[in-house]
Design a protein around this ligand. Structure first.
Ligand SMILES: NC(=O)C1=CN([C@@H]2O[C@H](COP(=O)(O)OP(=O)(O)OC[C@H]3O[C@@H](n4cnc5c(N)ncnc54)[C@H](O)[C@@H]3O)[C@@H](O)[C@H]2O)C=CC1
Ligand SMILES: CC(=O)C(=O)O
Ligand SMILES: [Mg+2]
Length: 606
């Protein structure tokens, strides 16, 4: 049982304060990232845990440690080296890692997440030092339950991120290196939403890879064979989901970066039955809807005025279309069919029409009547000239596809085009903000999938030079808060209304709502505030829909926000209290999150 010793684990708060029971001593303790405090172990702890002689004399504060680590971080030669440095720090001292990130989030966000995390994933087999997470092998389906059970006990896990590595962050098939997207998304749930870092589980389903470079790399760490698909793949996913539900019945399952043909299929299969979420479909849908709402606020239009073209009708593109359509349905009480009429999707073959073969069911909803388009151009420029959209979204992975001609055409039809090139990483963006602003005389309302620096130009009153800040429209703005809300309310499912409320929560905090020249979405400086707002709205919707199972959730808005904040994990050192191994919880014994024995951790990373 866990440290709180409650018989009913459902009522355990997510995060706890006060002394932390610990059964580890000496070098084993120093090498356990969850308990280690390095030079910040107190005099009493050094005595109680047998640390004298293992540490230099001076006892330091967490702030001093942050100062030293930041200096070390700053000396790293490039972003990938910085990313590797931070990974090592996480493996050594988790509180320090999260505190360092917390204090320098604006600077480090792009290093622990897109775009640098993409480089780390591409180089996984080269930068690998120590495994983190659970690796499930498609040829060992019979062992899935056992392998997953190595992580903890039923009360130990709140949040699982799972990927099969097929469509990572716009850089395609990365095989088992995909584990790092699960790890990175979980680090964001902790830093942005206070999900307890010792109660999360990153998973990769290793089904092989179709990436020839990896297959030919002698150092590649995953299964060296082409991807296994079909029935065996489905069996692996199903076995994973059943085992996860059985072993960790409280856990919310977040699917990340599955390939086009699996992402939505898997989501639709499990969504009606369990608390699960696909970030690329639903997270991207929510954050983009929020950016659109903020943009329409600036242009003094409403959702019913929306005319949206989406370039790239894959997982993210259709996810956005669905989310926006659902918002229109809810807002105006019109049919799904009518709401889809103002959304045009374009893929490799041009506009999706009823004349295009092999559309997926999800795409078909948005296909336009073939006869309406027989004599018209169905490429991006043709559609823009015909439809005169006020919103243009890029989820195509085709860099520079929003050309000057296309953007100028759009701007000739509407006063303030809302343009969101969302393809990650940075080099795949359909256009860069400086070009979009230049081509539209500063009128475009822009948000991007990866972070960009502010753009300066003569777009103020009377041609005055001003700096325009560009919001990052990335699912990272919203998925941590949705997860927090679902975990705290112990939601049985994640419903459409919960998602709509999440988008609303982000939109409410968009700086553009108060200042027309400000970014469309809130930035990383207010991530925790955003997560609290999103979680609150998600919980309220879950309660209204009867899917919240946690007892005693406050109903009053302020009280509910306090209840959420109280349970968010903070990067602070809790005093350690020695407990005998016998009868101690798995957490106290340091067994959670440790694959293999604790003793294996007693060596420094190589
Ligand atoms: N900013 C954010 O929060 C997010 C961004 N993304 C990014 O969006 C991009 C797409 O991701 P997914 O939807 O997961 O991939 P996907 O592979 O499911 O979709 C990409 C779609 O673009 C289409 N496409 C490719 N070339 C095209 C062309 N020349 N013209 C028109 N369409 C073309 C493909 O056929 C496919 O349907 C990636 O770069 C990803 O990193 C994805 C999720 C979240
Ligand atoms: C942001 C994200 O989830 C992606 O690019 O896949
Ligand atoms: Mg993704």
């Amino acid at each position: 049982m866990s440290e709180q010793g409650s018989a009913n684990f459902r009522h355990l708060p997510l995060s706890t304060k006060g002394p932390l029971p610990c059964a580890l001593k000496g070098t084993v303790l120093l090498n356990h990232p969850f308990f280690n405090k390095g030079s910040a172990f107190t005099k009493e702890e050094r005595h109680d845990f047998g640390l004298h002689g293992l540490l230099p004399q001076s006892i330091q504060t967490l702030e001093q440690q942050v100062q030293r680590s930041y200096e070390q971080y700053s000396r790293q030669p490039d972003d990938l080296a910085k990313n590797t440095f931070l990974t090592s720090m996480k493996e050594q001292n988790e509180v320090l890692y999260f505190k360092l990130l917390h204090d320098h989030l604006g600077e480090m966000f792009s290093v622990v997440y897109t775009p640098t995390e993409g480089d780390a994933i591409q180089n996984y087999s080269r930068v690998f030092r120590r495994p983190e997470g659970i690796f499930l092998n498609i040829h060992d389906i019979d062992r899935v339950h056992h392998d997953l059970s190595l992580w903890g006990e039923p009360e130990d896990v709140d949040y699982i991120v799972v990927t099969d590595g097929e469509e990572i962050l716009g850089i395609g098939d990365q095989g088992c290196g995909g584990i790092l997207i699960s790890v990175a998304k979980l680090a964001l749930t902790t830093i942005c939403a206070g999900i307890h870092p010792n109660r999360v589980l990153p998973v990769v389903l290793d089904c092989g890879t179709d990436n020839e470079e990896l297959l030919n790399d002698p150092l590649y760490l995953g299964l060296r064979e082409k991807r296994v698909r079909g029935k065996k793949y489905d069996k692996l996913v199903d076995t994973f989901v059943s085992a996860a539900r059985e072993l960790y019945p409280k856990a919310y399952i977040h699917f990340e970066d599955f390939g086009l043909h699996n992402a939505r299929r898997i989501l639709e299969k499990y969504r009606p039955k369990i608390p699960c979420f696909n970030d690329d479909v639903q997270g991207t849908g929510c954050v983009t809807l929020a950016a659109i709402m903020a943009g329409l606020h600036v242009t003094k239009q409403e959702l019913k005025d929306l005319r949206m073209v989406i370039f790239g009708a894959g997982t993210a593109g259709v996810g956005i279309a669905d989310q926006v359509r659902d918002a229109i349905v809810t807002e105006y009480g019109i049919s799904t069919k009518d709401a889809a009429k103002n959304i045009w999707l374009i893929d490799k073959a041009g506009l999706l029409t009823t004349g295009v073969d092999s559309l997926s069911d999800a795409q078909k909803v948005f296909a336009k009547p073939k006869d309406d388009w027989t004599d018209k151009e169905t490429d991006l420029l043709g559609v823009i000239n015909e439809v005169k959209p006020n919103v243009l979204i890029g989820t195509s992975t085709v860099p520079k596809s929003f050309t000057e001609k296309i953007v100028r055409a759009m701007a000739s039809h509407v006063d303030r085009p809302i343009i969101l090139p969302l393809s990650n990483p940075t080099r795949l963006h359909e256009a860069v903000p400086s070009d979009l602003l230049k081509w539209t005389d500063g009128k475009a309302l822009v948000a991007t999938g990866s972070p960009f620096d502010p753009v300066k130009g003569p777009w103020g009153e009377n041609g005055k030079e001003i700096e325009i800040e560009v919001a990052e429209c990335n699912n990272s703005v919203v998925f941590p808060g949705i997860g927090l809300g679902a975990v705290l309310s112990r939601a049985k499912r994640v419903t459409d209304k919960m998602l709509l409320q999440a988008a609303q929560g982000v939109a409410e905090l968009g700086p553009a709502l108060r200042d027309d020249t400000a970014p469309l979405l809130p930035g990383v400086d207010v991530v925790r505030e955003v997560s609290v707002r999103v979680a609150r709205k998600v919980i309220q919707a879950a309660m209204k829909e009867g899917v919240a199972t946690e007892d005693g959730i406050p109903t009053e808005e302020k009280e509910l926000e306090e209840w959420i904040k109280e349970q968010m994990w903070e990067p602070v050192y809790r005093p350690l209290k020695y407990v005998e191994k016998e009868g101690a919880s798995r957490e106290a014994k340091g067994e959670m999150r440790v694959v293999g024995s604790v003793e294996r951790r007693s060596r420094a990373p190589n």
